[in-house]
Design a protein around this ligand. Structure first.
Ligand code: SAM
Ligand code: SF4
Length: 332
């Protein structure tokens, strides 16, 4: 398994397959001024497969497809099929807003996808439409149920908590775990990209300390669960008598850089070394240059270089984050 210069085992690759999205969440994508990658700049399904072959060869085992909104890729099922067929791919998951999942859940499961994380900020249609702009609660909910029905489990819901939007609704979201064996994870806002979404993310930030307090005062004490995997970015708890899990992902109030096991691949073929830092290494050139093995050897070497130069520690509290890339361009 690749080990970085801070002695962290890096074996998890998050693959962004597209930068476009069918939503405009207030902290992620502005309504105006967006420019998406032209199709020719996106890695093809076959190129993504070659990157994963190279990654497996150097010791990566966990993979996640993300975006933008990955379900907008017409060839998403084909991408899953290609990756599933590679020996050494252990975990294969998807992060999605679930708007298109109703139709896609079964084909994705049949193609070999193991599980999904769904982004859902509210159970109230009005709040959801205000925070996840262009969203539709009923369609997202149908998508989640379709995924559960198809066996894409455990279902994990990602809730980004924003002051003046959904902060008071965290109680009803946590309460979902009483009846359902789902994970409901509350995520602290992070400013990325330096634009209006970054400014909103700073202004509307809610610490998970406050979110946890709100949940406990309404629903009772949360019992901490032992970490199944030390690299899990969520700290997990259970409500009294609950079937599911309440998780807190707290990059700002409780950074987890010391346990980071991730590398990221952007949709235009760059290894992005740390979510909260602009450093990248290009891999598309190697994939598109003529070579006998499709560039797999070269891509593996670039990936090992990316691991060796991966930074640690972020500077969110000093107001520093990425300037070049926003969340939808990296994949979360
Ligand atoms: N469109 C998919 C989705 O929303 O799940 C996948 C891509 S999205 C960029 C991945 C994750 O990033 C989502 O769970 C979303 O909640 C999270 N996210 C986006 N902007 C964020 C921000 N400013 N701070 C914290 N999390 C953010
Ligand atoms: Fe789209 Fe996901 Fe960003 Fe929302 S968080 S705008 S669903 S990419």
């Amino acid at each position: 398994m690749p080990v970085d210069s801070f002695n962290r085992n890096i074996d998890y690759l998050r693959i962004s397959v597209i930068d476009n999205c069918n939503l405009r969440c207030v902290y992620c994508m502005p309504l105006d001024g967006l420019q998406f990658l032209p199709r020719a700049e996106l890695l093809t399904a076959e190129e993504i497969e070659r990157v994963v072959r190279a990654a497996v060869r150097v010791g990566f085992r966990k993979f996640r497809l993300t975006g933008g909104e990955p379900t907008l890729r017409a060839d998403l099922v084909e991408i899953v099929e290609r990756l599933r067929a590679i020996d050494g791919v252990g975990d294969l998951a998807l992060t999605t807003n679930a708007l298109l999942l109703n139709k896609l859940a079964r084909p994705l499961k049949a193609a070999g996808l193991k599980r999904i994380n769904v982004h859902l900020d509210s159970l109230r249609p009005e709040t959801l439409e205000r925070q996840m702009r262009w969203g539709n609660f009923a369609r997202i909910w149908d998508g989640i149920l379709a995924a559960e029905d198809a066996g894409l489990t455990p279902i994990k819901l990602n809730v980004v908590v924003a002051a003046g939007y959904n902060e008071a609704e965290v109680v009803e979201l946590a309460q979902l775990t009483v009846e359902r064996d789902w994970h409901v994870r509350f995520i602290e806002l992070m400013p990325l990209g330096g634009g209006e979404c970054a400014r909103l993310s700073i202004k509307r930030y809610v610490s998970n300390i406050a979110t946890r307090r709100r949940i406990e005062s309404a629903l009772g004490p949360l019992a901490e669960l032992a970490a199944a995997n030390p690299a899990d970015e969520a700290r997990n708890y259970r409500l009294p008598g609950a079937r599911g899990v309440v998780g807190f992902i707290s990059p700002v109030s409780e950074p987890y850089c010391g346990n980071c096991n991730r590398m990221r691949l952007t949709a235009d073929g760059k290894f992005h070394l740390c979510l909260l830092n602009d450093d990248e290494l290009d891999v598309r050139k190697a994939l598109r240059a003529p070579s006998l093995d499709g560039g797999i050897e070269e891509v593996g070497a670039i990936l090992l270089r990316a691991v060796a130069t991966k930074p640690t520690g972020h500077h969110l509290l000093e107001g520093r984050s990425t300037r070049e890339r926003s969340m939808y361009q990296i994949g979360g």
